[in-house]
Structure formats: C-alpha cells, structure tokens
Ligand binder design. Structure first.
Ligand SMILES: Cc1cc2nc3c(=O)[nH]c(=O)nc-3n(C[C@H](O)[C@H](O)[C@H](O)COP(=O)(O)O)c2cc1C
Length: 216
C-alpha cells in the first residue's frame, strides 16, 4: 500500500458514509448470492462486546417465504392497530404497504441476536446491560451490512417492525429458539437515488467536556 492509498482512505470512507441512504424501492432484478454473502461477511467484521458476536442473520430470497413472512407480519399489524381503535381503511392501506415493501424486495435479511454466549447475571441491572451490549453489537454489525450494501451499489432499508412482533417473525421463519428478531433489512438495486434526510448539526449533538464541568 502506498502513502497515497492511506491518505485517500479516510476521505473515501467519509464519502461512503455521507452518501448512504435508506432506499425503499428496488428494481426487480435479483441480487447475486455471492454479493449477499459479502454483505453478511461485512457484518461479521464488526466489533462486539467480549467478542461474543451475538448477531445472527436470516436471508430470505424465496418469493413464497417472503410472502409468508409479510402476510404474518401484516396480520399482526392489523390486529395491533385494530386494538388501538384505528380506522379500518387506514389499517388496510398500512398492511398493503407493509406487504409490498417486504414481499416486493428482491432480498430480505432478518437481523437477530442471541444471548446464548453473552454473560448471564442473576442481577437484573447487569442482565439488562448485557442485553444492551448484544443489541449494540448487532446494530453495529448491521450498520456494516448497510454500508457494504451501499458500497456494492445496492439500496437497503432497516425496518423496525420485527421488534413489535418477534413471535410472529419467529414462527414464520422457524427461527432457532434463542434468535431474537431485531430488524428486517430490505435489499435490492435502487429504483431511484435516495433522498437526503436532514441531520442535526454538531452543535446539537456534541458537548466538549471542559475542566471544571461536572460534579465529581
Ligand atoms: C433502528 C432503525 C429502525 C428503522 N425503522 C424503519 C422503519 O420501520 N421503516 C422505514 O421506512 N425506515 C426505518 N428506518 C430508516 C430511517 O427512517 C432512516 O435511517 C432515517 O430516516 C434517516 O434516513 P437515511 O437512512 O436515508 O439517512 C430505521 C432505521 C433504524 C436505524
């Protein structure tokens, strides 16, 4: 590697980070299996608490399997919204939209976590911290996957819906008992470039700690 390569790297990473968008509509062509494998490999490069690598992924490309998952999730969505007292037509449209997004994506990847190799504590507070570390690790891995997808010219979007119906997702995909659904990634070649969403300014999110600040 030359000095020029090293110097070029941070900028290309920054451009990659800045140009990634959540992409929700895809062209119908399939994503080659080896590309999907590369994305999951990218996820697996992520750091993780105690290096336990609690992330697990399910790749769903089969049209019938996608439709089964989308139908089951839609049914659960309708039940929840009906219980909330929402308008029947609004629910129908929401279910239709959700079905189209999941069943219509060329590839869907379910991100899960397992606590199987995380530390087990009798104390609820430490148990919660360990769970959060598994969530954080899985989110970091999945961000790798999203960035790798962008670098491959693919579009992707994280859907939070599985968090609201984990048992439904588990049943539809016959997941191992300890795999906890965290998010659904829809994936494909973008139909259009994504829209840039606003970001908070550094002034909004950054506090530079100064000597004398704080109580200790
Ligand atoms: C944890 C998480 C959950 C999300 N859930 C959804 C979702 O359910 N539906 C959706 O359309 N986008 C979802 N998104 C995508 C966000 O809406 C998106 O990242 C945000 O609006 C910023 O846009 P950008 O990704 O294009 O920069 C989710 C993103 C994250 C990180």
């Amino acid at each position: 590697m030359t000095d020029t390569d090293t110097a070029a790297r941070p900028e290309s990473l920054t451009s990659l980070l800045a140009a990634r968008r959540s992409i929700r509509r895809y062209r119908p062509e399939p994503v080659p299996g080896e590309v999907v494998q590369r994305l999951v490999q990218a996820a697996a490069f992520a750091p993780s608490a105690h290096n336990r690598q609690p992330w697990r992924y399910v790749v769903i490309e089969d049209a019938a399997a996608k439709a089964r998952l989308a139908r089951a999730m839609g049914q659960r969505l309708a039940e929840d919204r009906t219980r909330d007292g929402d308008d029947a037509e609004a629910i129908r449209l929401d279910v239709e939209r959700s079905f189209a997004r999941i069943a219509g994506a060329p590839v869907v990847i379910l991100a899960c976590l397992t606590l199987g190799e995380m530390d087990a504590y009798p104390n609820p507070q430490r148990r919660e911290a360990e769970f959060l570390m598994a969530v954080q690790s899985t989110a970091m891995a999945t961000q790798n996957l999203l960035l790798a997808a962008h670098a491959e010219g693919l579009g992707a979007c994280w859907l939070c819906a599985p968090l609201f119906c984990p048992q439904t997702v588990r049943g539809a995909l016959a997941l191992p008992a300890d795999w906890q659904p965290q998010g659904l990634i829809t994936l494909g070649y973008p139909e259009q470039p994504g829209k840039a969403r606003p970001r908070k300014s550094l002034a909004d999110i950054l506090l530079v700690a100064e000597v004398g600040r704080g109580s200790a």
